[in-house]
Design a protein around this ligand. Structure first.
Ligand code: URA
Length: 284
């Protein structure tokens, strides 16, 4: 194998591992032990020494001053603490703008560290239907907007097929930052973001909630069965703070439909079910 083949094989391996994007100027070794940081005492001594005496010897702390190692980062809050803080922050949001601002300030979800942008929601907060996907992908991460990549284009066609567009619905995700390598969000990541999704539902009070794909159905409807068994059925989304329950029906995720076009027929039936539900509400 020559050098070019080796480099290509290495790049292929990175892609298989989900490392498909550069997110910083320099690589970060997350496995390296934290570097000890010099003590404030030694720095103060260093700062106070006149320039002429600033030899290595003079800058060293006296033997009696024990070096203090400070951790360069504060430890991340536990999952439980993050869920608690998300719940408190989301609860006080009175508008969509409040909710977006609260989420912008929220540091409890580790996905925020690796994402380029937060992806909140797109569409109409007063719309009739709320679509909740799994997680932002690469294009969504770049633009800070949900469903703008290939699956977003299919979702737009699915909406159009039942006379809907983004001005009549709201689109968001179970988590608001792209998981590295597009992996499925972990249960704890979804649990940490859930209070914001639940508050979004409360503020919007849509007529129908549509979880897109298994992970969204699991997070919103507390279901454990696969999407193949959940789609085509109606569920009731009922939360403590809701004045009334909301009809919910999971759909196959557009990304799955792109990979498995044979399932588009089933998805079309499910979309018609949603259209009929909206028509009935209109008295049509
Ligand atoms: N897939 C999702 O689940 N959400 C997006 O926003 C984009 C792709």
């Amino acid at each position: 194998m020559n050098g070019i083949d080796q480099a290509r094989a290495l790049l292929d391996w990175h892609i298989v591992m989900g490392i498909d994007e550069t997110i910083a100027e320099h690589p970060v070794d997350n496995f390296a032990p934290p570097k000890p940081v010099t003590t404030a005492a030694s720095e103060a001594l260093h700062d106070m020494a006149p320039a002429t005496q600033m030899t290595q010897q003079a800058a060293r702390p006296p033997a009696s001053a024990a070096p203090v190692t400070v951790s360069p980062t504060t430890p991340p809050p536990s999952g439980e603490a993050s869920v608690q803080s998300a719940t408190e922050l989301a609860a006080v949001a009175q508008t969509f703008d409040d909710l977006q601002a609260a989420l912008t300030d929220f540091d409890g979800c580790a996905l925020k560290k690796t994402a380029t942008n937060m992806v909140f929601a797109d569409g109409n907060p007063s719309g009739r239907v709320l679509f909740i996907g799994e997680a932002p992908g690469a294009e969504e991460d770049r633009q800070g907007k949900p469903f703008v990549g290939p699956s977003g284009r299919l979702l737009d066609k699915m909406l159009a097929s039942i006379d809907l567009d983004r001005s009549q619905v709201l689109i968001s995700n179970t988590v608001f930052w792209r998981p590295p390598g597009n992996r499925t969000p972990t249960t704890i990541e979804a649990a940490i973001c859930l209070p914001f999704v639940q508050r979004m539902v409360e503020l919007m009070m849509p007529e129908v909630i549509v979880p897109l794909g298994g992970p969204a159905a699991k997070s919103l409807l507390e279901q454990t069965t696969g999407i193949g068994k959940l789609r085509g059925r109606w569920f009731t989304y009922a939360a403590a703070n809701l004045s009334s329950s909301i009809a919910a029906t999971p759909l196959f995720h557009p990304a799955y439909l792109l990979r498995t076009p044979a399932q588009k027929r089933a998805a079309w039936r499910d979309l018609l079910m949603i259209r009929q539900h909206l028509n009935r509400a209109d008295g049509a």
